[in-house]
Design a protein around this ligand. Sequence first.
Ligand code: CAA
Length: 256
Amino acid sequence: MMNVLFKQIDRVLIAQLNRPKALNALSSELMYELLTGLENYDADSSVGCIIITGNDTFFCAGADIKEMASKNATQMIEEDYFNHWERIAKLKTPIIAAVSGYAFGGGCELAMMSDIIYASENAVFGQPEIKLGVIPGIGGTQRLTKLVGKSKAMDIILTGRDVSAIEANRIGLVSKIFPQKDFMQHVLDQAQKVANYSKVALKTAKETINQSLETGLKSGVVFERKLFHSLFNTPDQQEGMQAFIEKRIPQFNNFN
Ligand code: CAA
């Protein structure tokens, strides 16, 4: 059985985690399929936005505990366990995590590696690794802290408690909540909107926002301005501005 189902609708690629018997737990096999699939679509100019999703009742229950349970530290270090999962964060195409039901541990970390998190009203987030005698290992301590601040991140990670969609939205973990009814349609509408903009402009916006997490304000603003200037060498900039002046809808060619 395929652990991830890929489906393209117009310029949107949907990657649906498909390991229901284990609540979409992220096995090495599943992650291999997800990473190689996403990297191929990332390089495809017909894809302007990616959605990663699960199903109505669970997004993902985390990394596969059964696969990890018997490993020792030497093996974990030698395999550099989880290191290659960071490849998700390196993708250039905008990624939306569409979370319905629970997103625990690696599921929450996968969502945080995405660019936008849309939650259904029934979404529940959490970093329960502390209950397993370990800590988040796929960026959770770092990304959650950057998103919600030290105090909330400490509370969530040290207690391992559930975080409802409403709380996740309030503290800035989630971008927006949509009703459970027609959740995927709401997400798809947003994704189509994004996907039809200029891909080179989208990639540049994503890179620039991510840079703000790594750099100080002054050099970040310089970085932004340089990339802003470079976009004036693209046909999409000419088309976007000309269309505004001519009062028509731009037709971005998505030349890269
Ligand atoms: N890994 C492997 N298998 C998992 C799993 C996981 N993360 N989560 C659930 N499963 C399996 C269960 O073992 C069970 O399998 P069997 O039928 O063979 O027993 C099946 O999925 C169904 O699970 P439950 O019976 O537990 O379902 P539930 O509805 O009663 O509970 C749940 C749902 C609260 C999500 C519960 O499954 C749970 O707590 N899962 C683990 C959550 C967790 O701790 N995630 C963090 C993992 S570590 C991590 O992600 C990485 C990291 O950064 C270190």
